[in-house]
Design a protein around this ligand. Structure first.
Ligand code: SDX
Length: 430
């Protein structure tokens, strides 16, 4: 007999709703019959207390700073696995054995090239187009090329669409960068690993041999692992909502990219680095902190705070370690911005404004510094985030399509506008 939650309202009216339990984490109150039983909706702007779905992919405990992909702690995955291995885990639910891994890698590598005509889309953009604008357009345009994998009810179509997106996002992100640079696109080199190939497509030119630095490749691979999925965040919820209407997977991922672009979400790494550049020097930190505390300033400490983590984001710790490794490898251990970021973090974590609001560094606070050290331009940071999060988005989209309980997403509202009134002819209006 499942536990019940009782709602009482009005003149002694009451209704009961089942309490559902997951494998770990908060229980949920199943309110699917709330409107039919009470004539009322819930009200939860930003969905701070709303569970939109069941999911078995990622678990976050914001108070304990825990992040699990299919039950495995991010701290272990980021150190013991590579990105494609984690992508297999997130998509299939289990870590691959060697044969499964080799087959998966081979299948992804078979799809790293894009249709030659897709390259022409870039000609329509200005050379200084923000890469996220190109990504939204070009990824959405993939649906014009793959009519053989758009039937979302065909499991095989869903598999091939997932592999195409995971395989082609690095190629398209690198193309957006090369287009900005005015350099020729570089074809994938399938003898390289997934992340080494991405660095090749980003930094190689036809003029000279380029061999990615293995330490830097490993660092970027870890950054991709840290960004692969994160439960029902804004962009993942966007992908699910778009998918709930039956839209094809390429269009859904393009919608997720558009949402991720926002500075409150995936755009925060770009904004955090710009913030550090604006502060400029440790001596300016107190003034900046004062402006953050002044609500009228509208200034936020970018890379700090999180809707779920009210403790240290476990990814931020791993990102800081990666940052240190990369800077040491490049002989930049005294990097001005890294030292400024650590000083800012220390001051913030000792300041009651941030401590009382449980504002800690999130995944975006250090990721900009390490990506900048890797030679990635600031305006491409969110594109790298989108490249990694495509794995989570497509796994979450698949889970939704396969869920018999899912239906088209259609929230309701509390209406506060004008009640019914008649149109007054133009000549009689005030
Ligand atoms: C990502 O959801 C995910 O999982 C996202 C993500 C993922 O992997 O998908 O983790 C990736 O988006 C990480 C977050 C990146 N964004 C930033 O770093 C931008 C800066 N952070 C803030 O914009 C903010 O913290 C949010 C948007 C992340 C969370 O916003 P909330 O939930 O509305 O914040 P809150 O309600 O918990 O804030 C509580 C208080 C408020 O002040 P009071 O009204 O109590 O006085 O803290 C303040 C907020 O104004 N606050 C901040 C702050 N974040 C919250 N004050 C200064 N600087 C900040 N960064």
């Amino acid at each position: 007999m499942s536990e019940k939650a009782t709602l009482t309202w009005g003149n002694g009216r009451a209704a009961e709703f089942p309490v559902l339990k997951g494998s770990v984490g908060p229980d949920v109150i199943d309110i699917r019959t709330l409107y039919s039983e009470t004539g009322m909706f819930t009200y939860d702007p930003g969905y701070t207390s709303t569970g939109s779905t069941k999911s078995a992919i990622t678990y976050i405990d914001g108070d304990q700073g825990i992040l699990l992909y299919r039950g495995y702690p991010i701290e272990e995955l980021a150190v013991q696995c590579d990105f494609l291995e984690v992508a297999y885990l997130i998509k299939h639910g289990e870590l691959p054995n060697q044969a499964q891994y080799d087959d998966w890698v081979m299948r992804v590598k078979r799809h790293t090239m894009v249709h030659e005509q897709l390259a022409r889309f870039f000609q329509g953009f200005r050379r200084d187009a923000h890469p996220m604008a190109s990504l939204v357009g070009v990824v959405g345009a993939l649906s014009a090329f793959y009519h053989d994998s758009l039937d979302i009810n065909d499991p095989e179509h869903r598999v091939i669409a997932a592999i195409r997106l995971i395989a082609k996002l690095p190629t398209i992100v690198a193309m957006a960068y090369k287009y900005n640079m005015g350099q020729p696109f570089m074809y994938p080199r399938n003898e390289l690993s997934y992340t080494a190939n991405f660095m090749h497509m980003m930094f190689a030119t036809p003029c000279e041999k380029y061999e990615p630095n293995p330490v830097l490749v490993r660092a970027l691979d870890r950054i991709l692992i840290l960004h692969a999925d994160h439960e029902q965040n804004a962009s993942t919820s966007t992908v699910r909502l778009a998918g709930s209407s039956g839209a094809n997977p390429f269009a859904c991922i393009a919608a997720g990219i558009a949402c991720l672009w926002g500075p409150a979400h995936g755009g925060a790494n770009e904004a955090a680095l710009a913030m550090l550049e604006r502060i400029g020097d440790v001596s300016k930190i107190p003034d900046f902190i004062a402006r953050v505390k002044d609500k009228n300033s509208g200034v936020k400490l970018m890379g700090f705070g999180h809707r779920v983590y009210k403790h240290y984001d476990p990814r931020a710790k791993l990102m800081r370690e990666t940052c240190y490794e990369v800077l040491a490898e490049l002989g930049l251990a005294n990097d001005r911005l890294f030292k400024l970021a650590m000083a800012l973090e220390k001051i913030a974590l000792e300041d009651d404004y941030f401590v009382s609001r449980k504002l800690y560094p999130n995944v975006d606070f250090y990721s900009g510094i390490v990506q900048r050290a890797l030679g990635i331009p600031t305006n491409l940071f969110t594109g790298i985030f989108a490249l990694a999060r495509t794995v989570g988005w497509i796994a979450q989209w698949n889970e939704m399509i396969s869920d018999p309980e899912q239906k088209i997403g259609r929230p309701r509202q509390l209406y506060t506008g004008a009640t019914r009134r008649d149109v007054v002819p133009m000549g009689k209006r005030a």
